[in-house]
Design a protein around this ligand. Structure first.
Ligand code: TYD
Length: 211
């Protein structure tokens, strides 16, 4: 089973991914892989450093798209496909929907080109379930201020960019409704986690019946 988490930075998706991984580990004997993108392999982590380094402000949109995709291609080949072939569970914090939302809708790169590159990078490996934590940009800005942290290169993009990314995600959630579950990111952490668990439990029981 392959589950991905999507949403804007500070949406709380990483917290939810962590809660799900802990729950799966408690309840099942299957191996659970917890990955985050970009990253997860030696090559992908090095590409991550390039992508998030604030020094690299001159990075072109096309270079950004191809680097995220290169990091993903390595992760898919080295970790995700072998794990799924062994029947293990893979939970990924971000996957190719991030590329469609951030590089496609956010940066404005041609969506057909993004789609082809996504397919190439993933060898057509689609998630069974994608949880999209939907939260207004104003709430993200509030959380960012409260955290008082310094921002990486991607997080330094402006508000209009994040609005486009959010609208992009909402559009993807509609067109990929068979695997997307949208969660209200302003709801309580426990409430969101309970909704996620219901969906995952159901998927696991269906998978077990087909064994
Ligand atoms: P990260 O610190 O992992 O942020 P988060 O906790 O929000 O996932 O940084 C990843 C950043 O890269 C984040 O701003 C989203 C962006 N990103 C893309 O623009 N395209 C992509 O394909 C991926 C995977 C991430």
């Amino acid at each position: 089973m392959f589950v991905t988490f999507e949403g804007l930075d500070f949406s709380g998706k990483s917290t939810q991914a962590t809660i799900l991984v802990e729950k799966l580990k408690q309840q099942r004997h299957n191996v659970v892989h917890f990955l985050r993108e970009p990253g997860g392999t030696t090559i992908s982590e090095r590409i991550r450093d390039l992508l998030l380094d604030k020094q690299n402000l001159e990075m072109s949109d096309a270079a950004e798209l191809l680097l995220f995709s290169a990091a993903r291609a390595q992760l898919v080949k080295e970790v995700i496909i072998p794990a799924l072939q062994r029947g293990e569970i893979v939970i990924c914090d971000r996957y190719y929907d991030s590329t469609t939302a951030y590089q496609g809708y956010g940066r404005g790169i041609n969506l057909d080109a993004v789609k082809s590159i996504n397919r190439l990078a993933t060898a057509g490996t689609d998630p069974d379930i994608t949880f999209f934590v939907d939260i207004p940009v104003e709430e993200i800005e509030r959380r960012k201020q409260k955290a008082g942290m310094t921002f990486d290169r991607m997080e330094s993009s402006g508000r209009a960019f994040y609005e486009r990314v959010l609208q992009g995600y909402r559009g993807i959630a509609q067109s990929e409704a068979h695997r997307f579950f949208t969660l209200d990111g302003t709801a309580g952490e426990k409430e969101i986690a309970a909704d996620i668990w219901k969906v995952v439990e159901k998927k696991l029981s269906v998978k077990n019946q087909h064994k």
